[in-house]
Design a protein. Structure first.
Length: 318
């Protein structure tokens, strides 16, 4: 019988528990109309998979195959699927409900990511995977199975953060872009996309080795966020006449939320794709309000004297 890997339930509170892995034998499934069977050759981990084992991810489920990314070969096709798909090496779309809209998922229930949750009880950490043919893409010939499996979810996240959310007007030759937490998959992909677009990319990390590697990959410079005053040091590195960033791509949260408004130009974009530091929500909200207020004050300061930024109300939060 085919095998899959899921998590097993043990007692423990979210964030304190670490669910053990379970090697499961599953019934071999036949593809329905519009579906195919993919023999998985490689599956990739993402940070969300760690959160699932810690019960820190919405909809965590037991007995559901883990992981969202995978590469394999189509070994069987269902009715309504072109037979030419059989034998093709493919990558799996890591989620469902989002086709091609730049605004967001077309599905009213939102974008549902594969692996380890009850929202879509399917994942790539299994020998044989039944999936809709519409959720497949042919694997690039120049990539190995492992390389192809590692790209989809991190690549899609980085592309949306850099090219869609930051926007072409903030990404390109002469533009300054900050990518925080370099070393993670999305951060590295963001660095690749932004440098390929011609932007001056700078990075932060708690590791000097990772900063050095980022420079080898095209970053103009970087700072250690553990150092006091790292934000001022970073601004001092900018070689353009404009000593501010056009865009920031962040996956950690923390103090970048507050410092971002001082690092960014007026109209700059802070694209946040994760909160891996678990910055308390009340503090994050407070930082956002104060950052927004500073931005509004800077804008109003450039308007005619009838508008006094000192008259802005002060937000009171618990």
């Amino acid at each position: 019988m085919p095998k899959s890997i899921s998590i097993s339930k043990i007692d423990g509170k979210p964030g304190k528990v670490y669910y053990p892995l379970s090697l499961d034998e599953v019934e071999k499934q036949s593809p329905n109309n519009g579906e195919v069977v993919v023999k998985i050759h490689a599956a990739a981990l993402n940070h969300r998979d760690l959160f699932i084992r810690q019960h820190l991810y919405p909809g965590t489920a037991f007995g559901v195959p883990l992981l969202a990314d995978g590469c394999g070969t189509v070994v069987e096709v269902g009715s309504g699927v072109d037979s030419s798909w059989k034998g093709k090496r493919v990558v799996i779309n890591p989620g469902e409900g989002w086709q091609d809209s730049l605004e967001g998922p077309e599905d009213k229930s939102g974008y549902k990511i594969l692996g380890g949750t009850k929202t879509i009880p399917n994942g790539t950490l299994q020998e044989l995977m039944v999936v809709k043919q519409s959720e497949l893409e042919e694997a690039p010939a120049h990539l190995t199975d492992v390389e192809a499996a590692a790209i989809p979810l991190t690549g899609l996240t980085a592309w949306r953060a850099v090219m869609v959310k930051c926007g072409s007007h903030n990404i390109g030759p002469g533009k300054n872009v900050l990518v925080t937490g370099i070393g993670g998959g999305v951060a590295l992909a963001s660095l690749a996309f932004a440098t390929a677009a011609g932007a001056n990319v700078y990075v932060t990390s708690g590791s000097e080795e990772k900063i050095k590697k980022a420079k080898e990959l095209g970053a103009k410079g970087g700072v250690n966020y553990k150092e006091e005053g790292w934000d001022k040091k970073l601004l001092g590195m900018l070689t353009t006449e404009k000593k501010q960033f056009d865009a920031i791509v962040d996956g950690a949260g923390g103090d970048i939320i507050g410092k971002g408004s001082r690092l960014l130009k007026n109209g700059g974009v802070l694209a946040v794709y994760g909160m891996s530091k678990f910055f308390p929500f009340s503090e994050t909200r407070r930082a956002l309000v104060h950052a927004s207020k500073r931005i509004v004050q800077r804008i109003l300061a450039r308007l005619p004297g009838a508008l006094d930024p000192r008259t802005l109300p002060t937000a009171v939060l618990p």
